[in-house]
Every structure is written in C-alpha cells, then in structure tokens.
Ligand binder design. Structure first.
Ligand SMILES: COc1ccc2c(n1)CCN(C(C)=O)[C@H]2C(=O)Nc1ccc(OCc2ccccc2OC)cc1
Length: 246
C-alpha cells in the first residue's frame, strides 16, 4: 500500500503545483474584483457591438485561458511522455472543458456574473453573440459547479482527470493514457476520501457529462456563426482557437 500512496501523494502535489502555477488568476484576485460589475452603459456598449466583434473578443479571451491550460497539461508528470499526437488529441478534446471548470473560480454565484475583460457581467453582456442558449448553459454550469465549493486542490485534480480522458477519439496509445488517467483518478479519490468529500464523486461525474454537451454546443454555435462567414474564421480568430475548434 505504502508505495502506491506515496506515488499518489507525489502526483497530487505535482498536479496542485501545476495548477497553482498556471491558473492565470488567483482566486483571491478574482474574489477581490467581484464588486467591479459592468454599469448599464457598459452593458449597452457590449450589446451594441457586432456579432463578429463579440465572437472575436470571446475567442481571444478564451484562447488566453487555453494557453494556460496547455501549460498546465505540460507540467503534469507523464503528459509529455505521451506521443505528440496524443498530447494534441487530449488538448483538442479537453482544453475548453478545463477552461469551463476553471471558469467557476471567476463566477459570482450571488449575482450570477462572470469575469470578462476586467469586470463582472451577467448573461446580458454576451447578448450580441447571438447564442443565448450557449451562454445560459455556461452560466448554469458555473452556478452548479460553484455550489460544490471545490477547493483549489479539488479544481486542480478534477481538471487533470478531465484532461487525461482515455476515451478521446483518435488516441494512438489509449492504454498509456488510461494508465495515467487512473493514477490521477486514484490520487483524486484519495484526496477526497481524506477530506470526507467522496460524496463529491457522483456529482462530478454528472459535471463531466455536462461539460461534454457544453463543448458540443460551443462547436455547434461556432459552426453556425462561421457558415455564414466562411472566409472570416482565418482573419477573426486566434490561430489556436481556429485550430482547436474549426
Ligand atoms: C479560466 O477561467 C477564466 C474565466 C474567465 C476568464 C478567463 N479565464 C480568461 C480571462 N477572461 C477575460 C480576460 O475576460 C475571462 C473570460 O475569458 N471570460 C469569458 C469569456 C467568454 C465568455 O462567454 C463566451 C463564451 C464562453 C465559452 C465558449 C464560447 C464563448 O463565446 C463565444 C464568458 C466569460
């Protein structure tokens, strides 16, 4: 038992450290900004932006976050030992899922606002995107994830489990990813048991299903936005966003 517990604790420490180094904003910073809510005028300004400009702004903001998720993945013991192909498959399939889990740290459940471009705003800020169902689902997901009151350690381990998903299509060495995934899963379960939070596991598996449908909805809304503007994708979005989602 001892060796596996030691290695599991080492992996937990590595993942928590990797999260802390790549989480982009510390929770304290995000909490301290909660009072900075967009004014009526600022909301109206966002709502008068074109669909294209709003999609571009969101794509750039999300791509900022995704770059931190790429760095998080690279610091997880074992990730860089996977083939390049499998590293890209896991990031293509999981980076937005990780961003959406991390986003709960920058969501204020008391007034249903999320951090965006320096202040907090509600769903009305994103109206000109023209995909209120995607935005509503993201806010509902953040609200329900906040209700679990995940610690930073739990966010770190949960996002590592989400990222190292051996069921992603096109993996070359599925067994190798499955071994890495099971090590992280054991580390996560040990951590939850020690803090008597193992009731969390069933709730988190539901969250994983919701993440999958959220990301499919994002791809679907992005596709319908682009099918009317075929040439725009290359000029409008950061290359990484384009590479991951189109
Ligand atoms: C990792 O956690 C976080 C949380 C928040 C932020 C960040 N990181 C990076 C810094 N950031 C800044 C600078 O604004 C925040 C941000 O991106 N906020 C934000 C962006 C887009 C939103 O909805 C639109 C949308 C969501 C999903 C998919 C497609 C979408 O639209 C096309 C909502 C909020």
């Amino acid at each position: 038992v001892l060796p596996s517990l030691l290695s599991s604790d080492c992996l937990t420490a590595n993942i928590v450290k990797s999260h802390r180094e790549t989480c982009q904003y510390r929770v304290e910073e995000l909490q301290a900004l909660r009072w900075k809510v967009f004014s009526r005028e600022e909301v109206l300004a966002y709502q008068s932006k074109s669909v294209e400009e709003m999609w571009q702004r969101c794509a750039y903001r999300l791509t900022d976050s995704i770059q931190y998720v790429v760095e998080f993945a690279k610091r997880i013991d074992g990730f860089l030992e996977l083939s390049q192909n499998d590293q890209i498959v896991l990031l293509k399939g999981g980076s937005l899922e990780v961003v959406l889990v991390r986003m709960c740290r920058s969501f204020n459940p008391d007034n249903g606002t999320v951090f965006f471009e320096g202040k907090y705003g509600g769903t009305e800020v994103f109206k000109s995107l023209g995909c209120n169902d995607l935005i509503a689902s993201i806010f509902e997901f953040s609200q329900s994830l906040c209700a679990l009151h995940l610690s930073e350690q739990e966010v770190a381990l949960f996002t590592a489990v989400v990222l190292l998903n051996p069921e992603r299509a096109w993996l070359q060495d599925k067994e190798k990813v499955a071994r890495l995934h099971s090590h992280v899963d054991v580390a996560f379960k040990n951590t939850l048991q020690r803090s008597h939070r193992d009731t969390m596991l069933s709730k988190l598996s539901q969250k994983t299903l919701q993440l999958k449908s959220l990301c499919l909805l994002h791809i679907d809304r992005l596709r319908s936005f682009l099918e009317l503007r075929p040439l725009l994708a290359h000029s409008l979005f950061p290359p990484l966003y384009h590479e991951l989602f189109t």
